[in-house]
Design a protein around this ligand. Structure first.
Ligand code: GDP
Length: 446
C-alpha cells in the first residue's frame, strides 16, 4: 500500500530534513515535488492543490525553534495535513453501527469490486471479533451462481446465509432476510446487492428499493482501490443516489497508486472504514488515518520529535509569560498570545480555570458572549495596531481607534470593549504579581 508515494515523499523530505536552514525556495521546491508525487499517485487535482496550499500556509506561519530543524517541522506539517485529508476531523475509524438487532448492513458497489468477498470478510469479523450472530443474503439475481458463491463463503467462515429460493426478486430476498433475521434472533443481517459493470439507472433503482425495504444502519460502498480517481467518482455517484455511510477500498495489497484513498474523504465527505488487503477472508483491516499517514511518510520519528519540541516550546512560552505577569506586565501582545492560546484550547474556561483567581472572570467573559468568532475578531483588532500601540495601548487616540477598527472590519465600540478587557486583565495581573512576590503565585506555579 502506498509504496511508490511513500518512496517519493521520503526522498523529498530526507533531503529537506538534512538541511539546517531552509529558505522559502527550498520549501517551494519540496512542495512542488510533493505536488507531482500526489498527482502521480492519482490524487485528484483539487485535493492536491488544497493540500499543498495548506502546507504552504502552515509552514510560513510556524514558529522557529532550536530543538528541531525547519525541515523536520515541515515533515510534521505534511503529516498532519495527510491525516486531515485522509480523515477529515475524525481521526479514528468509526465502529460499524450494529446496535438494535437485527441491524441491516447494505453492501453496494460495481461488479468485480470485491463486494461479495468483502461481505464475507466483514461477516467473519463481526462474528469472530464482536461475537455477533450474522446472517448474509445475496440479492444478486443477475449473475448466475452469485448466490451460491456467498453460500460457499458462508460455510468457509461459519456464518449463516439465507436459503436460496430461485426466481425471487432482490427486494423480495431483502424482505425475507429481514424477516428471517428478526425471527431467528440474528444481531446483524448483511445484504450483498448485485453489481453492474457500470453505474446504470436499473441498478440504482434496485438498490434504492432494497434500501427502502431494509432501512440499513450502514450502507457500505465497496470500491476497487486500484482504479484511483474512478473509485472516487463511483463513490460520489453512489452517495448521491443511495447515500452511503462509508467506503471499503479493496485491493490495497496491490501496487496501486493510493490516490483513491487520499481523495476519497475530501471529495465525498465519506470515511474510508476498511481496506481490503488480499483474497483471503481475513485480509481486511480497519482504516486508521494516523497509521496510514505514518506509513505514507515513513517518518514517524521526526513527527514525534516535533510534537515533543512543540510541547516544550508551549511550556516555555507559558513560563515566560507568567514571569511577565509576575512583574505586572501585560500588554496587547500578551493579550493576543492569550487569545490565540484560548482559540487553540477551544474555549477560555479551561485556561482561566488553571490560573488562580481567574475562575470568576472566566464566567463573566463567557456571559459576555465569548466564543471563537469573538476571539478571532479581537485578535484581528490587535493585529491592526502598530508595535508601539500594542506595547502601550494607552497612547491610542480617537482617529487611530477608527483606523484600527476599520482595518479589522469592525466598529470602534468593539475596540473599546477590547481595551476595557485588557485594562481589567492588566489590573488583575498586577494584583496577582504582587501576590506572587509574597509567594502565592510561585506556589501555584509549582
Ligand atoms: P464482486 O463482483 O464485487 O462481488 O467481487 P468478488 O467479491 O467476487 O471479488 C472479485 C475478485 O477480487 C475475487 O477474485 C476476490 O478474491 C478478489 N478480491 C476481493 N477483495 C480483494 C482484495 O482486497 N485484494 C485482492 N488482491 N483481491 C481481492
Amino acid at each position: 500500500m502506498f509504496e511508490n508515494l511513500s518512496e517519493r515523499l521520503s526522498g523529498v523530505f530526507d533531503r529537506l530534513t538534512k538541511q539546517g536552514a531552509l529558505s522559502d525556495s527550498d520549501v517551494s521546491t519540496a512542495l512542488r515535488e510533493v505536488r507531482v508525487a500526489l498527482l502521480e499517485a492519482d490524487v485528484s487535482l483539487s485535493v492536491t492543490r488544497d493540500f499543498v496550499k495548506a502546507v504552504q500556509e502552515k509552514a510560513a506561519g510556524q514558529s522557529v525553534t532550536k530543538s528541531v530543524t525547519p525541515g523536520q517541522q515541515v515533515v510534521k506539517i505534511v503529516h498532519d495535513e495527510l491525516v486531515h485529508v485522509l480523515a477529515g476531523d475524525e481521526t479514528e475509524p468509526g465502529e460499524l453501527k450494529v446496535d438494535n438487532p437485527p441491524a441491516p448492513i447494505l453492501m453496494v458497489g460495481l461488479q468485480g469490486s470485491g463486494k461479495t468477498t468483502t461481505t464475507a470478510k466483514l461477516a467473519k469479523r463481526l462474528s469472530e471479533k464482536n461475537g455477533k450472530r450474522v446472517l448474509m443474503a445475496s440479492l444478486d439475481t443477475q449473475r448466475p451462481a452469485a448466490q451460491e458463491q456467498l453460500a460457499i463463503l458462508g460455510k468457509q467462515i461459519g456464518v449463516d446465509t439465507l436459503p436460496i429460493i430461485k426466481g425471487q426478486s432482490a427486494v423480495d430476498i431483502a424482505k425475507r432476510a429481514k424477516q428471517q433475521a428478526t425471527l431467528a434472533g440474528y444481531d446483524v443481517y448483511m445484504l450483498d446487492t448485485a453489481g453492474r459493470l457500470h453505474i446504470d439507472q436499473v441498478l440504482m433503482d434496485e438498490v434504492q428499493a432494497v434500501r427502502d425495504v431494509a432501512n440499513p444502519r450502514e450502507t457500505l460502498l465497496v470500491v476497487d482501490g486500484l482504479t484511483g480517481q474512478d473509485a472516487v467518482n463511483v463513490a460520489e455517484e453512489f452517495d448521491g443516489k443511495v447515500g452511503i455511510s462509508g467506503v471499503v477500498l479493496t485491493r490495497m495489497d496491490g501496487d496501486g497508486r493510493g490516490g483513491a484513498a487520499l481523495s476519497m474523504r475530501a471529495v465525498t465527505g465519506k470515511p474510508i472504514k476498511y481496506v481490503g488487503l488480499g483474497e483471503k477472508l481475513d485480509a481486511i483491516e480497519e482504516f486508521h488515518p494516523e497509521r496510514v499517514a505514518g506509513r505514507i511518510l515513513g517518518m514517524g520519528d521526526i513527527v514525534s520529535l516535533v510534537e515533543k519540541a512543540q510541547e516544550t516550546i508551549e511550556a516555555e512560552q507559558a513560563e515566560r509569560m507568567m514571569k511577565r505577569f509576575q512583574k505586572g506586565l501585560f500588554n496587547m501582545n500578551d493579550l493576543k498570545a492569550q487569545l490565540e492560546q484560548m482559540m487553540k484550547m477551544g474555549g477560555m474556561e479551561g485556561i482561566m480555570g488553571m490560573m488562580p483567581g481567574m475562575g470568576k472572570m472566566a464566567k463573566q467573559v463567557e456571559e459576555a458572549g465569548f466564543n471563537d468568532k469573538v476571539l478571532k475578531r479581537q485578535v484581528a483588532l490587535i493585529q491592526s495596531m502598530t508595535k508601539k500601540e500594542r506595547a502601550n495601548p494607552q497612547i491610542l487616540q480617537a482617529s487611530r481607534k477608527k483606523r484600527i477598527a476599520k482595518g479589522a472590519g469592525l466598529e470602534v465600540s468593539d475596540l473599546n470593549k477590547l481595551l476595557k478587557m485588557h485594562r481589567q486583565m492588566a489590573d488583575m495581573m498586577k494584583k496577582m504579581g504582587k501576590m506572587g512576590k509574597r509567594g502565592m503565585l510561585k506556589g501555584a506555579l509549582g
